[in-house]
Design a protein around this ligand. Structure first.
Ligand code: SF4
Length: 390
């Protein structure tokens, strides 16, 4: 692992007493209002939007399409990003970056960037895995974030800012490749996919998650197609039903992790609120309403949920449902009780699903050496802070 950079001062770019609000938290409608209040014509709002989300400006000064006095007025009222990178790590193979961001109130969140197809053999993808809450209240026993508890909801701007940061990383890499002649402009890849699978439960922060999706999907800004956005949930039934009625063609990933109530309730307390029968009913309705398949995430925990019997029950549960199962051998957490099953156990589990006609893949592992599993870097950073404070 390499330490790409670390903010040792622990400070962000404004004084802690008077943090300015982030302009990334101003919705499109409100931006129109702000611009008119500052005496500017409506088209300035569109220019400002484009500077923020298409160009990725990091300061108002860079927005040279806007008149200087207007930029100065914005500067007095807003900051741009509400997140500041505190620690940036890169995996030894260069495929994965993990950033620990500090928010304006000192909360810490994590974001991961994964580069696929660096070997030239697979379709190139650049995927960002983002957080939607600081901490999480749902307490899944295999998850480092779940072991740390809930802190607060992230705002739409805090969610979007994670993608903007990772896009800057990719854009500067691409610019270097073009400058050295290793790639042409039309051969480089920008951010292609965003997965809401970092810290927190996106559907427990429903409105802010949807607000961030509106920004990412906006054609005049980040322009990331809805089919390249994946929202993950532990299975909040009312919100899955609500999501089915949204206008976006999003991907839905449901963290299932066990095929029966007894095993699932042991690792996922949410199962007591929304048992498997109720969850599967909502999933079947979701597929019927949207005509889109559901991705089921299944973390393989050695001898907890990875027996052939679990595989057979899972195959029965998903029979006839338009879906795909992602099997993920667990990233063990330092304080967690679980270990990763060996390759033979994972292969047998997979074979049972395949023979039963359930489409599945084993997720390509990335960033083990930089604690890329959800919540692991924050946990380590807090542990380090505790150690330092001793
Ligand atoms: S797996 Fe997701 S929902 Fe469960 S505790 Fe971790 S962050 Fe929360």
């Amino acid at each position: 692992m390499t330490l790409a950079s670390q903010n040792t001062s622990g400070s962000s770019d404004t004084s802690p007493e008077t943090p300015l609000p982030s302009i990334l938290d101003v919705s499109e409608d409100d931006l129109n209002y702000v611009v008119s209040q500052l005496g500017q014509p409506a088209f300035r709002a569109r220019q400002l939007w484009r500077s923020l989300y298409h160009d990725g400006a990091q300061s108002f000064d860079e927005m040279t399409t806007l008149a200087k006095p207007f930029r100065a007025a914005l500067e007095e009222r807003y900051r741009i990003s509400p997140v500041a990178p505190e620690v940036e790590l890169r995996s030894a193979d260069g495929s994965t970056d993990k950033v620990l961001f500090k928010l304006q109130d000192g909360e810490l969140i994590e974001t991961v960037l994964m580069r696929y197809g660096l070997d030239g053999h697979r379709r190139a993808r650049r995927t960002v895995c983002i957080s939607t809450q600081a901490g999480c209240a749902l307490g899944c026993t295999f998850c480092a974030t779940g072991q740390q508890g809930f802190r607060r909801q992230l705002s739409p701007g805090e969610i979007v800012a994670q993608v903007l940061h990772m896009r800057r990383v990719i854009r500067s890499e691409n610019a270097a490749l073009i400058a050295e002649g290793s790639a042409k402009k039309d051969e480089v890849t920008e951010i292609t996919n965003v997965v809401f699978m970092g810290m927190g439960e996106p559907l427990a922060n429903y409105n802010n998650t949807m607000g961030s999706i509106a920004v990412m999907n906006h054609g005049q800004g980040m322009n990331i197609g809805a089919r390249h956005l994946t929202v993950s949930t532990v299975g909040l039934v009312p919100e899955i039903r609500k999501l089915a009625r949204e206008p976006y063609q999003l991907n839905l990933a449901v963290s299932l992790h066990a095929p029966d109530d007894e095993s699932r309730s042991r690792t996922m307390p949410v199962n007591k609120r929304y048992p498997i029968a109720r969850l599967m009913h909502a999933c079947r309705d979701y597929v019927e309403t949207t005509n889109r398949r559901i991705f089921f995430e299944y973390v393989l925990l050695d001898r907890e949920n990875d027996t052939p019997e679990h595989a057979r029950k899972l195959a029965d549960l998903l029979q006839g449902l338009m879906c795909h199962v992602n099997l993920i051998p667990v990233n063990p957490t330092e304080k967690g009780p679980y270990s990763r099953p060996n390759d033979r156990r994972s292969a047998l589990f997979r074979e049972i699903l395949t023979r039963s006609g359930i489409p599945n893949t084993v997720r390509q592992e990335k960033g083990i050496d930089i604690n890329a599993g959800c919540g692991q870097l924050r946990a380590r950073s807090l542990d380090d802070a505790v150690e330092t404070a001793k």
